[in-house]
Design a protein around this ligand. Structure first.
Ligand code: PHE
Length: 315
């Protein structure tokens, strides 16, 4: 029997022989049942035979199981000498990258980041910004209106109001985020990114504004000098108001941002006394700045989510 066990090559066959030997009607089971008729020596011999057989079954079973495992492992093995597939690497969206760059620069100038909701109320987006509902300047921005009377914020200037309402003066903050207007062409997207800066204190002047803007542009575009052109302009919430252009590649003037000294009415609306405090605000298109920096020509591509475009423009 021991030899027979040794020769068995399948677990099923081994199981069958085991049952025939040790099962309810097995040969060994029957012999053990009759053991009481044997003398002491024969009993000892039978016990020994029983133990040897059981061991033999166990050993053979382990060997067959091991062989099966080895066969499975070698069938499923991986050829580690093959060249790997190229891993797809993600890149940061140019908007995300420029957001991080702009935030880092403004933080280093002492501005704290503030946020505000993209669905705004009339007060924060217009009225508190010295733009009451009869004001013609409301037509400067094609507003998306919601049915409940709220709007999609048209400018991050709404964040100025929220910041001053919450913290009063002195204050030095920036807000950055999506803004919405009904317009669409290669340089306008209905959703676009704006940055707003606000600095209110007792002795803040236009010079501080222009100094920070200059330093900011040099850092952002990684250039040693920048030529600015300051033009008078109009915004309801600043007085005086200016627009700042930047000389680009030595020949073109590009309009970069709107800015000005915060209008006394705006300070008053936020509970700040304009006879004690004054400040400046500036606002610019964050996606436009990213387009200039990364040499991109169509603002809508930022928001299409085309992975091929993003792969080529994320770095
Ligand atoms: N909110 C203005 C715009 O969207 C920009 C601006 C911000 C101008 C702050 C002056 C001061 O056009």
């Amino acid at each position: 029997m021991l030899e027979q066990i040794e020769k068995i090559n399948s677990l099923d066959e081994l199981q069958a022989l085991y049952t025939a030997t040790f099962g309810k009607n097995g040969t060994m089971t029957a012999r053990l049942r009759d053991m009481k008729n044997l003398d002491a020596d024969a009993r000892a011999a039978l016990n020994a035979e029983n133990a040897t057989l059981r061991d033999a079954f166990k050993t053979r079973q382990a060997a067959l199981e091991n062989a099966a495992l080895m066969a499975q492992l070698s069938a499923e093995s991986v050829d580690v000498t093959l060249d790997p597939m190229p891993a797809a690497r993600g890149t940061l969206h140019p908007m995300t990258r420029s957001l991080a760059e702009i935030s880092t620069i403004l933080h280093s100038f002492g501005y704290t980041r503030m946020t505000g909701p993209e669905i705004e109320d009339d007060w924060h987006n217009f009225t508190a910004l010295n733009t009451p509902d009869y004001h013609p300047a409301r037509d400067m921005q094609d507003t998306f209106f919601l049915e409940n009377g709220n709007i999609m914020r048209t400018q991050t200037s709404a964040i100025q109001i929220r910041a001053m309402e919450a913290h009063g003066a002195p204050i030095k903050i920036f807000g950055i985020g999506p803004t919405y207007r009904r317009e669409m062409d290669a340089t306008h997207s209905p959703m676009f990114g704006q940055i707003e800066g606000l600095h209110v204190d007792k002795n803040v002047t236009m010079r501080d504004l222009i100094g920070d803007v200059r330093a900011f542009l040099m850092r952002f575009f990684e250039i040693d000098d920048v030529q600015l052109r300051i033009r008078p302009s109009y915004f309801p919430f600043t007085e005086p108001s200016i627009e700042i252009d930047m000389k680009w590649h030595g020949d073109k003037w590009l309009e970069i941002m709107g800015a000005g000294m915060v209008h006394p009415n705006v300070l008053r609306h936020c509970g700040i006394d304009p006879d004690v405090y004054q400040g400046y605000a500036f606002g610019f298109g964050w996606d436009r700045l990213a387009m200039l920096k990364y040499g991109l020509d169509d603002i809508r591509k930022f928001y299409d989510g085309d992975v091929r475009w993003l792969k080529n423009n994320g770095n």
